[in-house]
Design a protein around this ligand. Sequence first.
Ligand SMILES: Nc1nc2c(c(=O)[nH]1)N[C@H]1C(S)=C(S)[C@@H](COP(=O)(O)OP(=O)(O)OC[C@H]3O[C@@H](n4cnc5c(N)ncnc54)[C@H](O)[C@@H]3O)O[C@H]1N2
Ligand code: MOO
Length: 395
Amino acid sequence: MTARPSWLHARDIAAAAGASAALAPEYVPLDRAVGRRLADDLVTPIDLPHFASAAMDGWLVVGDGPWELVAVEAPAPGQARTIVTGAHVPAPTDGAHLAVLRSESGAVEGGVLRSTVADEPRPGHHIRLPATEAERGELLIASGTRLNPAHVALAAATGADELAVQAVPTVALVFTGDEVIESGLPAAGRVRDSFGVQFPALIGMLGGRVVGAARIPDHHDDTVAALRDARAEVIVTTGGTGGSSADHVRAALLELGARLLVDGVAMRPGGPTRIAELPDGRLVVALPGNPLAAMISAITLVEPLLAQLAGREPVAPRVVRGPAAEGRAGSTVLVPYSDVHGRAVVAAWRGAAMLRGLAGATGILVVPPEGLREGEDAESLPVPWLVLPVSAVEN
Ligand SMILES: Nc1nc2c(c(=O)[nH]1)N[C@H]1C(S)=C(S)[C@@H](COP(=O)(O)OP(=O)(O)OC[C@H]3O[C@@H](n4cnc5c(N)ncnc54)[C@H](O)[C@@H]3O)O[C@H]1N2
Ligand code: MOO
């Protein structure tokens, strides 16, 4: 077995595996685009607004009043006609100034309109001019932006019917473990499943879409069959990564002819994580069974893989003021922490099987092998649910 890559190197390998299988953008109608990430810059092909219009109900008046009330589209100087909010204002003729006089600001008598307000209308009053919001050719939404409802409304105003959005890679889950139960109180020797209840949401936040989940016993043939049959661009397995007689994921991958891109990582927890490519191009991330280990691996290694598969940059580490933390020779230690007044405070519950620390964490602190000194700059990755609220997950 070759040496385990560092955590940073494993992230690069995960990203490269995703990039090598990068999916083409999809075209979706506007009403399906909220929550998706734009795959191309949105440049408006028209001015916004693209025509002059009335901003108020009333009369379109040309030149100075009083005005003769007429029923033509383009009144001449000294004439006026009724107009409603949003209606087209024709270009002025003879250089005359146009304005809209509000219905509450004028009175008509004997076919003649007069303003009843001293300072109305001023030239151009209550007329929305073209290109005041954007000029044709202007960049309105940058590629990579996660589209909100207002973005989509703006796209519609430019005349777009659909948008190119980043593909959402499909993910099939394979959970191993004879001891795992899905409901009720676990007896000694049994554990409640930590993954089935949250991986669809977590994977959604990391940029994928769960399309299937299988539960298999700790058995070689079942593991081979589950990996063979999983229909998705990415397969994420949990458990069974160790070296015991109950752990079959690595052997099953090899039996299926998979290429092991990462065969364990110099990280704690999450050391037994593997990344592989099956002969048909499906990518596999094998996460360890310990719940915190699996989630930290998912957040820090599955994310870059899914990001590059979708055609975007992985979430970049942020710099935080680190606490003093002991390193571990030859390994990167990853610990849930909370941001307390700008300082990273490491969670008390950080054992590989503990979830309590992560549940209340702001992010995951990266402790390099040489450790951290109090106040030293340290890298961290945000927990994905703080970057992307659950309600925004595209599914
Ligand atoms: N002799 C050694 N033993 C172990 C080593 C080692 O280097 N030498 N590494 C340890 C590390 S680190 C990890 S992580 C685990 C890897 O375990 P597996 O991936 O094989 O996972 P399992 O053995 O199946 O389970 C480990 C642990 O996690 C619990 N588990 C599994 N699935 C679930 C689930 N769906 N929900 C909640 N908990 C789950 C399982 O019950 C075990 O407690 O190996 C160490 N051992
Ligand atoms: O590396 Mo294991 O993943 O500590 O629990």
